[in-house]
Write a protein that binds this ligand. Sequence first.
Ligand SMILES: C[S@@+](CC[C@H](N)C(=O)[O-])C[C@H]1O[C@@H](n2cnc3c(N)ncnc32)[C@H](O)[C@@H]1O
Length: 233
Amino acid sequence: MSGQVKSRKRVQEHGEVFTNEREVNAMLDMVRQETERIDSRFLEPACGDGNFLSEVLRRKLDVVDSRYRRSLPEWEKYAFIAVGSIYGVELLRDNTMACRKRLFGIVEGRYARVSKGGGNQTFLDAIAFVLERNILNGNALSLKAVNEHGQDTDEPIVFSEWSVVLGDKVKRRDFRLDEMLEGNVDKGQTRSLFAADNTPAVDWEYDEETKSFIPKPIREFPLASLYEIGDAK
Ligand SMILES: C[S@@+](CC[C@H](N)C(=O)[O-])C[C@H]1O[C@@H](n2cnc3c(N)ncnc32)[C@H](O)[C@@H]1O
């Protein structure tokens, strides 16, 4: 996004003022190590058209390029992990679509270079699919998905976790964002992930990766090849 404001109306109604590149980089430099760790997860709750997320992706892909450019399958696997770790919520549909498109364009451009034009369309389909699942049109305050007018629906925001295991096999697990942040209010559980009493409620589980209790996923998918993920619609 080159300009910081699209219209006065959008600023007044949605606080839409985009962050310029210099500020984005200065802020990301404060967590530079994380931006350069291929699998570190980033969630931006009002991501606009992706000024922060696109820079995070660029930094991660710089690492992927430097480590794996000599092996296309390795490059694909780690680029998939990089994209799969980036999440955004955005209220306005046009921004959401623009953000997905922008992130996709970054991967597509790098992939064309690294594959010297001999890339695999199924890899790009997988990237497009993950971006559809990770960059969501939703309300970061109510934690609900929104309709095309930006109004809340009854559906919670649901994010997918993507873990690459066993070569090119991907495990997908879906989680409700409200449960991840606050505990499941619908089921009468009010314990937060960050509550002082961290005794797990019935449907929480201990996560070795984060060394904390996380809610159980609402859906788990069978292992699938990275190259078939894009068919899973
Ligand atoms: C100040 S802009 C920042 C955009 C982007 N993060 C950046 O730095 O360039 C705020 C964005 O949040 C979106 N937004 C406003 N209210 C929101 C809400 N409740 N949930 C999700 N996004 C929201 C707006 O549409 C706008 O794109």
